[in-house]
Design a protein around this ligand. Structure first.
Ligand code: ATP
Ligand code: MG
Length: 450
């Protein structure tokens, strides 16, 4: 399509992406904007990032840019770094039957697992071949900053217009080469409000078990793209329907299959909150969603190992933690910094219930207080017990009032000791708090989605 037949203009590209395209062209190489950068502009959306394809090899790319890092083993890529922006530049992929020719120069290799999965995909080729190696037709659109044309190799423009996600080539082979394409089909369908074509959809459920071969580190990346994207609920529902959710959270999936509705409502609410926050441009931490996903599996474990209450609650918690975390890590490799925050959120659930003396102030100063409090609101909304609702309300008020009033609130807890509540821990909760405002459930709702 020539310039007057498509909406891709240089103004819509980032200056860095343009710079990379120009520099490659000037160096005598072919260079195209490809993938989401072209697709999203055709859809009238703002691209998330800009990917470039070229016939320059990674080493040649490195020769052209000082700010270039070569990354990846399975798929060698160049990252051109402009401050916070990274432009990803990939050399045209070729067909694997050309492999033998290139195999001799040992850096350009391909390798397949027994399941047909491509363990390495570094055979270089022409732009036509590159287009065939891309996943979906809508992702095989190329824009040239030399002639300003959009090149459509797989009828992607038609699929953009018809809002259709369609794999290039034989779906089963393409999923076997890279099972993550199953996740990508779902992600693009929910993100772009498109449908997955019948042939592309058909083999997913049957091939879902191939996901077991995906390394946990890559699963973490895919978790972020699916769940920290503003579309967590939609992606969750799709993943469940295709039996793919279990490769992210096996323990949660098992509980859901047993019909644990409390757990499902809890994680759905956590995902709704995450989506709302992201759609309002608020910050979220993946740790919150991880903490929510694993909260009930963790509680279940605590109960199991502490049937007779022979362990102190803290010991039971840490014992359960040392089982639940490593088990989850086998599916998704959660970076240490997020594991720390998850632990903080969980520990705060106990701390927030103990408010006497200096304890409330100490919890309030905890660096993760806000996340812990939001988590408490979530629990109160789902479990809906008077104790949790009261506690959530108490903390909502505590944040709203003056320091003097806070001291009074804490005194209020003491005076209500021995009130009608029966269980030993509940004596710490007030029958009614001195400064209790007219906080109700809807208020809890609002606060948790702040
Ligand atoms: P977005 O960046 O908006 O999530 P995108 O389409 O740009 O979407 P990327 O993950 O950035 O997706 O990948 C860039 C391009 O690389 C894709 O459009 C596609 O052409 C190709 N690609 C990425 N992952 C795969 C894959 N697993 N198999 C085949 N091609 C892929
Ligand atoms: Mg992209």
């Amino acid at each position: 399509m020539s310039r007057d037949q498509h909406p891709v203009s240089r103004k819509l590209l980032s200056p860095s992406a343009l710079k990379v395209l120009y520099r490659l062209n000037k160096g005598g190489y072919e260079a195209y904007l490809v993938g989401g950068g072209v697709r999203d502009i055709l859809l009238g959306l703002k691209p998330k990032d800009f990917d470039i394809a070229t016939n320059a090899t990674p080493d040649e790319i490195k020769g052209l840019f000082r700010n270039c890092r070569l990354i990846g083993r399975r798929f060698r890529l160049a990252h051109i770094v402009f401050g916070r922006e990274i432009i990803e530049v990939a050399t045209f992929r070729g067909h694997h039957d050309n492999a033998s020719k290139q195999e001799k120069s040992c850096t350009k290799t391909s390798k397949q697992s027994e399941h047909g999965m491509l363990l390495r995909d570094n055979i270089y080729g022409t732009i036509d071949e590159d287009a065939e190696r891309r996943d979906f037709t809508i992702n095989a659109l190329y824009y040239s900053a030399k002639d300003f044309k959009v090149y459509d190799f797989a009828n992607g423009v038609k699929d953009v217009e018809n809002k259709m996600i369609r794999l290039i080539g034989d779906p089963e082979t393409r999923y076997r080469e890279d099972p993550v394409r199953m996740l990508r089909a779902i992600r693009f369908a929910t993100k772009l409000d498109m449908e997955i074509s019948a042939e592309t959809k058909a083999p997913i459920k049957e091939l879902s078990t191939l996901m077991a071969n995906i390394p946990a580190a890559r699963m973490f990346e895919e978790f972020l793209k699916l769940f920290i994207s503003g579309k967590a609920v939609a992606n969750y529902e799709q993943l469940r329907s295709y039996d793919l959710f279990t490769y992210f959270f096996p323990a949660v999936d098992q509980e859901l299959n047993k019909g644990n509705q409390l757990l499902e409502r809890f994680i759905l609410l956590a995902m709704e909150n995450t989506d709302k926050r992201l759609n309002n441009n608020q910050r979220v931490t993946p740790a919150f969603l991880f903490a929510a996903m694993l909260w009930y599996p963790l509680q279940r474990y605590i109960q199991q190992i502490n049937v007779n209450n022979q362990l102190a609650p803290q010991d039971a918690f840490f014992a359960a933690l040392s089982e639940v975390m490593p088990e989850q890590q086998r599916s998704i490799s959660i970076p240490k910094r997020f594991q720390g925050v998850m632990k903080d959120i969980w520990i705060l659930q106990d701390k927030l219930a103990r408010r006497e003396g200096k304890r409330a102030f100490k919890s309030f100063e905890h660096p993760k207080f806000r996340a812990g409090y939001d988590f408490l609101l979530l629990r109160a909304e789902i479990e809906n017990t008077p104790e949790l609702i009261e506690l959530a309300r108490w903390w909502t008020d505590f944040q709203a009032v003056s320091n003097d009033a806070r001291v009074q609130m804490i005194k209020g807890i003491k005076t209500s000791t021995g009130s009608k509540r029966r269980s030993p821990r509940k004596r710490r909760k007030p029958k009614s708090t001195a400064n209790s405002s007219s906080a109700d459930n809807s208020h809890i709702n609002d606060s948790s989605s702040e």
